[in-house]
Design a protein around this ligand. Structure first.
Ligand SMILES: [Zn+2]
Length: 218
């Protein structure tokens, strides 16, 4: 899977960079990493349509996770110049676009779900499930996110780990479906960065202004 992803990506990055230069009147988009999801022969990209903003996120109220997610939302919102992304915490899980649970990720639901496992950190870890549906060009809502402790949170301060994982998993939920290969990026598979790097920001902006081949459905 990893090899297949990588091999298709180099050409994709070059093509997309060219598109972005034409579409966005900006002197330089800077360095980016490949973020699109390759499923079989399909390359899937996604960003939230303006009509879906703010994205409604429900968070399980444990381990102070709502505040960790709120902090992550603020980080990503500030990465965009023109409010291309906005999200809000909601109390009704049945209408939420994204569900954040604080339990160990259960077995993957189906073949159509792409799991983005992250964060092989000692203290805590995370995973985000993207349901590509059978057509692959639809995104079944809600996106399901899992963030859970690997040490006893009563005996250990997991605050920083939860904050980093929360922001990282949110990056997946806004369309960054592939991990960066650079240590300093928050979207590195095992990040230590506590803030978004310029590459994280450049990539998120490029995604927000590029084509979205997946349509969110319920
Ligand atoms: Zn990840």
């Amino acid at each position: 899977m990893t090899t297949r992803l990588r091999s298709g990506l180099a050409a994709g990055v070059a093509a997309l960079t060219a598109v972005a230069c034409a579409e966005i009147a900006s002197p330089s988009r800077g360095d980016v990493f490949e973020w699109r999801l390759v499923v079989g022969t399909d390359t899937l990209s996604f960003h939230w349509p303006a009509s879906s903003l703010p994205v409604k996120i429900w968070v399980e109220d444990q381990f102070d996770m709502p505040s960790h997610i709120a902090r992550g939302i603020a980080q990503w919102e500030s990465a965009f110049l023109y409010n291309e992304y906005a999200a809000a915490l909601v109390s009704d899980s049945t209408t939420a676009d994204v569900l954040v649970r604080t339990i160990t990720a259960p077995p993957k639901l189906a073949q159509t779900v792409a799991r983005l496992p992250s964060m092989v950190r000692p203290e805590c870890t995370g995973a985000t499930d993207i349901d590509t549906v059978a057509t692959r060009f639809q995104l079944q809502l809600p996106i399901r996110m899992f963030i859970w402790p690997r040490f006893d949170p009563v005996l250990n301060d997991l605050t920083e780990c939860f904050q980093v994982v929360a922001a990282h998993e949110l990056g997946h939920s806004l369309g960054l479906f592939v991990h960066s290969n650079t240590l300093n990026d928050l979207m590195y598979f095992d990040p230590t960065a506590t803030r978004l790097s310029n590459r994280d920001i450049n990539t998120a902006e490029l995604n927000a202004h590029g084509p979205s081949t997946m349509t969110p459905i319920r």
